[in-house]
Design a protein around this ligand. Structure first.
Ligand SMILES: Nc1ncnc2c1ncn2[C@@H]1O[C@H](COP(=O)(O)OP(=O)(O)OP(=O)(O)O)[C@@H](O)[C@H]1O
Length: 384
């Protein structure tokens, strides 16, 4: 096997694993289940959700008429077990309010909300504390580290609150510190760390309590771009290794596309589209979403299966194999390098091939050319 085909085989196998995990996530049960959720700030906020004439107003009209802001408007979705669910939108679109409502750090105005089938809105103070400490822990943008404590004691903090003994919590903290790549820095204080390292401590602290769900509130937006990329890769790696459910807030589209299994795109408190990165980029729900995703490099988001055509002649028997769920850019690289169509497989089954024309059509966002079945038109020409 050549080095290149080895690399391709490795890539296909890694992708296959990732896609299998995604397939499982698609049929996975809901962790958070949210129905018709509203959060209205302002005087007599309660009357807004039930009043269709008020609910139909634009944010500016609503403010003018009632003095209220509907930060979250009639939102429904499930966060499925094992997925990275990204909440994305511009500043003020309602992302933080929505995610804070999940653990009632902000009290919803109306709607239904459950975690693993348990009604969150009827939880008493003790149950809520348990929810926030054990089941859904938050990683904040501004770390929230305790400045006089060492790294290891910051990481162990949540366990201390839970009443775990010192030796046990330090052992657990050391494990998590190693997991996020902070080994050797256990005895430093937050002020002696870079921004990226501090964010890792914040991440380790959230992980230490082994929560069912990790909630990230724009955790990386204050970091410089290279460190930010490192941290994004860290999240991808952790997710791949542990399969933990994650809800991730960001206003950055490329971050959302990179991390999200599914993305909820918010505007003025509503979810304007909820879908996979490929659905959002490939089939935007309206002009707002279309405009939002206009500059996305489509080859890095769209999947090869979009460009498949039937194999002709001996194409089914030769050419490099690529997974149907690989990104188009990977197939572009293969086709450019080999100068021939690549064979597209899905769970060991041959779907067809991809060639330059079809890959370019996906990149350009135009309809695929018609792919006639065999014989090809050229072979079909009957001499006059
Ligand atoms: N405590 C509050 N009282 C009144 N209005 C609020 C309050 N908190 C948020 N809002 C308003 O609710 C809307 C949504 O705010 P939110 O912070 O959820 O948006 P966001 O998408 O997270 O924004 P950002 O990316 O800037 O953090 C905004 O119009 C905001 O001004």
């Amino acid at each position: 096997m050549t080095q290149n085909s080895q690399t391709t085989a490795d890539a296909v196998s890694t992708l296959a694993k990732g896609e299998a995990a995604k397939g499982e996530a698609e049929s996975a049960p809901a962790v958070f289940s949210v129905r018709n959720l509203w959060k209205v700030f302002g005087p007599k906020a309660d009357r807004v959700p039930g009043d269709t004439s008020l609910g139909a107003l634009s944010p500016a009209e609503l403010r003018e008429r009632t003095g209220c802001t509907a930060a979250v408007r009639d939102v429904s979705f499930d966060v499925r077990k094992g997925e990275v669910f990204v909440v994305m939108g511009l500043s003020g679109s309602g992302k933080s309010t929505l995610v804070r409502c999940l653990t009632r750090l902000i009290e919803p105005t109306s709607g239904e909300l459950s975690i693993d089938g348990e009604d969150v809105l009827s939880m008493d103070a003790g149950r809520l504390r348990e929810l926030r400490r054990h089941r859904a822990s938050m990683v904040f943008q501004h770390f929230g580290l305790l400045p006089h404590r060492t790294v290891i004691d910051n990481v162990a903090y949540g366990l201390e609150i839970q009443g775990m003994g010192k030796a046990e919590r330090r052992a657990r903290a050391a494990e998590v510190i190693a997991k996020v790549g902070l080994e050797g820095l256990e005895q430093r204080r937050p002020g002696q760390l870079s921004g990226g390292q501090q964010q890792r401590v914040g991440l380790a602290r959230a992980l230490a309590v082994d929560p069912e769900v990790l909630l990230f509130d724009e955790p990386f937006s204050a970091l410089d771009p290279l460190i930010r990329r490192d941290m994004q890769e860290e999240v991808v790696r952790l997710h791949r290794e542990e399969g933990r459910t994650m809800v991730f807030i960001t206003h950055d589209l490329s971050e959302a596309l990179k991390l999200g299994d599914r993305i909820a795109l918010m505007r003025d408190g509503q979810i304007v589209q909820l879908g996979t990165p490929e659905e959002i980029v490939g089939s935007p729900a309206d002009d707002y979403v279309r405009d939002f995703v206009r500059d996305v490099p489509r080859e890095q988001v769209m999947k090869v299966r979009r460009a498949v055509r039937p194999a002709r002649g001996d194409e089914a028997d030769k050419g490099v194999e690529v997974s149907a769920d690989a990104k188009v850019c990977e197939a572009v690289e293969i086709v450019a390098r080999t100068g021939a169509p690549a064979r597209v497989v899905d769970n060991g089954r041959l779907l067809g091939v991809v060639d330059q024309t079809a890959l370019l059509a996906v990149v350009a966002g135009v309809d695929l050319p018609e792919f006639p079945d065999q014989p090809t038109p050229r072979e079909d020409v009957v001499p006059a």
